[in-house]
Write a protein that binds this ligand. Structure first.
Ligand SMILES: *Cc1c(COP(=O)(O)O)cnc(C)c1O
Length: 240
C-alpha cells in the first residue's frame, strides 16, 4: 500500500486534472482529509502531506484526536451527523460544521454559539438523493434553511454540503458518473442561494465529492472535496 503522503500527492494530481476540466484553478479546490477510524498519527501524516483541512464524523473521536494534537496547523471540520446532545462539545471548537441538517440543529447551534459569544461557521447539508436514511434538507427546503441561518447572528452560513447516493461497485458504473445529476443539481442550488445575498452569510463553499467520485464532483462545480479511503486506505468497518 502507498504511504499517506503518496496518496495525498495522487489525489492532488486528480484534483488538478478535474479542476482544469472544470475551468478553475487547482488551488481553488480544497482537500479535506476525512479521517474517521484513523488514528492521530495517520492524521498528522495527512497534515504533513499538505491537506487543506481535517474532517471528522464523530464528536468523541474528534475530541480524542484533537487532544493528541492531530490537526495542528490545519482547520478542523465536523462532517458527520451531529447529535443534539453533543452540540455543546463541538460548537466553537471547529472551524466549520459541514453537516447542519435540520432547523432544530440550527437553533441549538445558535444558542450554544451565543453562550460562548462566538460566531460558528457552518454549511447546510442537503439530502440531494432524497434518501430516507440520510439527514439533510431537501433541495426545496434549502432556501428557507438558508434564510433561517442568515437570521441567526451567531452562525455564519458559508455554503452547502452533500453526500449523494453511494452506488454499488457491482453495478458496473462505480465510481462515479451516476452521481453527476446530483452534483449538477447541487451546483444549481448553490448558485441560487449565493445569488440571494442573504445578510450575515458568506457563501463560498460547495462541499461534495468523496474518494469514489471527487473528480466528477469538481467537474460539476465542487470546490471542497472530502476524501477518506483514497488517502488513508480502506476502513475496516464502513461508517458514515
Ligand atoms: C467518510 C466520509 C467521507 C470520505 O469517504 P471516502 O469514500 O472514504 O472518501 C466524506 N464525507 C463524509 C461525510 C464521510 O462520512
Amino acid at each position: 500500500m502507498n504511504s499517506i503522503g503518496e496518496n495525498v500527492r495522487q489525489v492532488r494530481e486528480s484534483i488538478a486534472e478535474a479542476a482544469i476540466k472544470a475551468g478553475t484553478a487547482p488551488e481553488s479546490i480544497l482537500l479535506v482529509a476525512a479521517s474517521k477510524t484513523k488514528d492521530a498519527e495517520a492524521v498528522r501524516q495527512a497534515v504533513a502531506a499538505g491537506v487543506d483541512a481535517c474532517g471528522e464524523n464523530r464528536v468523541n473521536e474528534f475530541l480524542e484526536k484533537d487532544a493528541q494534537g492531530a490537526y495542528e496547523g490545519r482547520p478542523k471540520h465536523f462532517i458527520g451527523r451531529l447529535q443534539h446532545n453533543k452540540v455543546r462539545l463541538i460548537t466553537g471548537r471547529v472551524d466549520l460544521i459541514q453537516s447542519v441538517d435540520s432547523a432544530e440543529l440550527l437553533q441549538l447551534l445558535e444558542k450554544r454559539a451565543a453562550l460562548l459569544d462566538t460566531v460558528q461557521p457552518i454549511l447546510l447539508q442537503v439530502n440531494i438523493g432524497r434518501e430516507e436514511t440520510k439527514g439533510g434538507f431537501l433541495p426545496e427546503e434549502t432556501d428557507e434553511a438558508a434564510a433561517l441561518a442568515a437570521s441567526l447572528p451567531h452562525l455564519r452560513l458559508e455554503g452547502l454540503m452533500a453526500i449523494p447516493p453511494a452506488w454499488e461497485k457491482s453495478s458496473g458504473s462505480w465510481p462515479g458518473t451516476k452521481n453527476y445529476p446530483f452534483f449538477d443539481e447541487m451546483y444549481r442550488l448553490y448558485i441560487d442561494i449565493r445569488s440571494k445575498k442573504y445578510d450575515n452569510t458568506h457563501i463560498w463553499c460547495l462541499s461534495m465529492g468523496m474518494s469514489g467520485d471527487y473528480p466528477q464532483a469538481i467537474v460539476s462545480g465542487s470546490n471542497m472535496v472530502r476524501v477518506g479511503s483514497a488517502i488513508f486506505g480502506a476502513r475496516t468497518a464502513p461508517q458514515i
